[in-house]
Design a protein around this ligand. Structure first.
Ligand SMILES: [Fe+2]
Length: 309
């Protein structure tokens, strides 16, 4: 059984199938194999465990055993702790009032399709050129040049490698290149505000950009969003995409921003604020901000239920 757990965690599927078939002569039941694969999910992650389930199902089917325990087994993704993520409905954030579901959600059984996706075989098609948002045009964008870097971690502080990070932000004047942005602030012909990169094996990322400005957003009279960068975090499967926002330390707008304040837990909110890091700053070049993203558990970074503003 230990061998099965190790082969599942390592993704050695052909050997896994051989070992599972061999266990049928030793009295090991499908439920026992299911249990060990569930345990593997704790260490190797849900997509890896579900891939192992798929291959276990094939092994049992090939032997005419069926795979009744395996077809019911796809590892459920863990639900968040109460108060550490923003709710669908937060009255102070006006558009959530219309957008939030008014009925209780219907349960949908998780299937293998949630554990597949464009990153299942890596993100080899993603180039490295979009990590620098200051060199996407002929000229240099106006604004305070800054580096934002950090790591993607799991709940135990272990790095999560090969995550696709996508960011979007307004320019230094607080204006997005978007038809719905009518803020009377200049567009910057040298700044698009979109970046993308794949974290390395240590879960580390680094973007070069300019600091975004605050912008008005008509939530209430004279409402302004604090400076922020939107982050999309995409793992190997369709069910592993999360969206959140990173903020800047010392911003006076944080105290009155309904989106930032919609996360009830104070520690969780604080985890959305990057830290100024003098070690990351580069002399005569750019300021450095460090921000780690924790994917789940007690220290999880709050994620949004929408991607506006
Ligand atoms: Fe925004």
């Amino acid at each position: 059984m230990l061998t099965i757990a190790m082969l599942a965690a390592l993704g050695h599927h052909d050997e896994l199938k051989l070992h599972i078939r061999a266990t049928q002569n030793t009295g090991v039941t499908q439920d026992e194999v299911k249990e060990i694969l569930l345990k593997a999910a704790v260490y190797a992650g849900v997509p890896t465990a579900n891939a192992a389930f798929k291959h276990a199902l094939k092994a049992y089917s090939a032997d005419g055993e069926g795979g009744h325990a395996m077809t019911e087994s796809s590892v459920p993704y863990r639900h968040e702790r109460a108060g550490t993520h923003p709710p669908y409905l937060h009255a102070a954030y006006g558009s959530t009032v219309k957008r939030a579901p008014s009925r209780a959600p219907l349960p949908l059984a998780q299937t293998l399709s949630e554990t597949t996706g464009p990153g299942a075989n890596g993100w080899s098609w993603v180039g490295a050129e979009m990590a620098d948002l200051t060199r996407q045009h002929k000229g240099t964008p106006i604004g305070e040049r800054m580096i934002v870097a950090g790591r993607v971690l799991d709940e135990d502080g272990r790095p999560v490698p090969n995550t696709l990070l996508e960011i979007w932000q307004c320019n230094a004047a607080g204006r997005y290149i978007h038809p719905n942005d009518h803020h009377d602030a200049p567009l910057d012909p040298n700044f698009t505000g979109a970046g993308r990169m794949v974290c390395n094996e240590r879960g580390a990322y680094r973007f070069l950009t300019v600091k975004p400005g605050a912008y008005p957003w008509r939530n209430t009279k004279n409402a302004w969003r604090p400076a922020h960068i939107h982050f999309s975090v995409f793992g190997p499967a369709f069910a592993t995409r999360l969206i959140t926002q990173m903020y800047f330390p010392g911003d006076p707008l944080l105290a009155i921003d309904p989106i930032f304040q919609s996360t009830p837990d104070a520690d969780a909110r604080a985890s959305l604020v990057a830290a100024y890091d003098p070690e990351l700053s580069e002399p005569e070049w750019a300021l450095g901000y460090r921000w780690d993203i924790v994917l789940r558990g007690r220290a999880a970074t709050p994620v949004q239920t929408d991607a506006e503003h």
